[in-house]
Design a protein around this ligand. Structure first.
Ligand code: PXL
Length: 279
């Protein structure tokens, strides 16, 4: 049976992030993507000057209203880049209205990268995204977003003790009895690796883990979206969380090294289109 996903994210028409990644990747895994677009941009905000930006808050409300009338249901609700502070409330009520017992709610708390908040984001939006994380089964902050959610200044790569502290503190944000936190972009320079650390809370029990692959020294925007999409694609196909994280980490490492070798400008994103069949 095809799984149906409400994908709440922007459409950046150039630059391989958000919907431009989510849609093809989740289709590859055999799932139906129903986009609930948050904003329309000519290109992502991570390096192109002069990009256009159109806030789609009003359209989101109309789309969600129609979907309510159609009595649609979703196997997953996946939220990412938001276009305005107002969208926090829209996403909150969307989750509230559409979540069923079996719905997987993935909140990627998209707010920034490399220690910086994205240009279109405000403090109000960041505070609101923390509230959205409460309703999630899984959250996937990168390191910058993990610090933002915890309200502590960006402190760079944490050692293993600090990683555990951050995971524990992030787990406390969530309200569900069973939920998971995955922090991406954990880089070990000495070992030449990059990957993710995670914690899964199941009632009173917490399981920790990590997954790493070869580090590529070029930063490509959109890898967070690629990570969350592969993760969700695998989870909806019944793969366990460790296997799903491993698949995402390995693929991003491979596609980043490949794209580096092609010489494609990093802000154009990773060239995943030809490699997607290896997933
Ligand atoms: O990949 C995160 C992202 C999503 N959407 C937009 C962005 C970025 C990162 O720069 O600019 C519009």
């Amino acid at each position: 049976m095809v799984k149906r996903i409400a994908a709440i994210n922007d459409i950046s028409c150039f630059g391989r992030c958000s919907m431009q990644v989510i849609w093809p990747v989740l289709s590859h895994f055999g799932h139906q993507v129903c986009p609930l677009p948050t904003a329309l941009l000519s290109a992502h905000t991570g390096g192109f000057d002069g990009y256009s930006f159109f806030d789609l808050s009003e359209e989101m409300e109309k789309i969600a209203t129609h979907w309510r009338e159609l009595d649609l249901s979703f196997d997953a609700i996946y939220s990412g880049f938001l276009g305005s502070g107002r969208q926090i409330e829209i996403v909150k009520s969307f989750i509230n209205d559409f979540e069923r017992e079996s719905t997987l709610v993935l909140v990627d708390p998209v707010m920034g990268d490399n220690g910086m908040i994205y240009r279109t984001y405000t403090k109000e939006m960041c505070d609101g995204i923390k509230v959205l994380c409460k309703s999630a089964d899984v959250i996937t902050p990168n390191l910058t977003e993990a610090y933002l959610l915890l309200g502590i200044p960006y402190g760079g790569q944490p050692d293993s003790g600090k990683q555990k502290e951050m995971l524990d503190a992030l787990l406390k944000i969530g309200n569900k009895k069973r939920h998971a936190v995955i922090i991406t972009g954990i880089h070990n320079a000495a070992q030449g690796t990059i990957g993710a650390v995670f914690a899964i809370k199941d009632h009173d029990e917490v399981i920790y883990g990590s997954s790493y692959a070869t580090y590529c020294d070029v930063f490509f925007p959109g890898c967070g979206d690629l990570f969350s999409s592969i993760l969700l694609g695998e989870l909806l196909n019944g793969r366990g969380i460790y296997g799903a994280i491993k698949a995402a980490v390995q693929f991003i490492s491979k596609v980043s090294s490949y794209t580096k070798r092609t010489g494609s400008p990093p802000i154009y994103g990773v060239e995943f289109e030809q490699m997607i069949r290896d997933l």
